[in-house]
Ligand binder design. Structure first.
Ligand code: FMN
Length: 99
C-alpha cells in the first residue's frame, strides 16, 4: 500500500534554538519572537549560549541586527567559535533597513 506523507504535526518534534542579539530597536527580536512561536524554539543570547549545547538542537537560527553591513559583533564572535559541522541544519536572520 502506498505510504501517505505525514502531516507536519505527525512528524517527530524538531528541537530548535534561536541565538539572538538585538538591541537597537529590538527589530530582530520581533522577528525572533514570531519564529520562536512557529518553531516552538527557545531564544538565547550569544552570551547565554554554550557551544557544547548546540549539538542538542536539530535546527539553529542565528539572528542579529546589521551594523556596517555585518551582523552584530556579538553574534559573529559566537560564529567564530563554532566547530566545523556537516549535515546540520541552521539559518541566519536579520532586520536590515538599508541595502
Ligand atoms: C550604527 C548602525 C549601523 C547600521 N548599519 C546598517 C547597515 O550597514 N545595513 C543595514 O541594513 N542596516 C544598518 N543599520 C540598521 C540596523 O541594522 C537596523 O535598525 C536593525 O533593525 C537593528 O536591529 P535591532 O533592533 O534588532 O538591534 C545600522 C544601524 C546602526 C545604529
Amino acid at each position: 500500500m502506498e505510504q501517505k506523507e505525514k502531516e507536519p504535526a505527525e512528524q517527530l518534534p524538531i528541537k530548535s534554538l534561536l541565538v539572538l542579539f538585538s538591541y537597537h530597536h529590538k527589530n530582530t527580536e520581533k522577528i525572533a519572537k514570531v519564529l520562536s512561536k512557529v518553531l516552538d524554539a527557545q531564544i538565547k543570547t550569544p552570551q547565554e549560549t554554550r557551544i557544547e549545547e548546540l549539538q542538542n538542537y536539530d535546527l539553529i537560527g542565528f539572528g542579529a541586527g546589521i551594523d556596517s553591513g555585518k551582523h552584530y559583533q556579538a553574534l559573529l564572535d559566537l560564529a567564530d567559535k563554532l566547530p566545523q559541522a556537516a549535515g546540520r541544519k541552521a539559518f541566519i536572520f536579520s532586520s536590515p533597513v538599508r541595502s
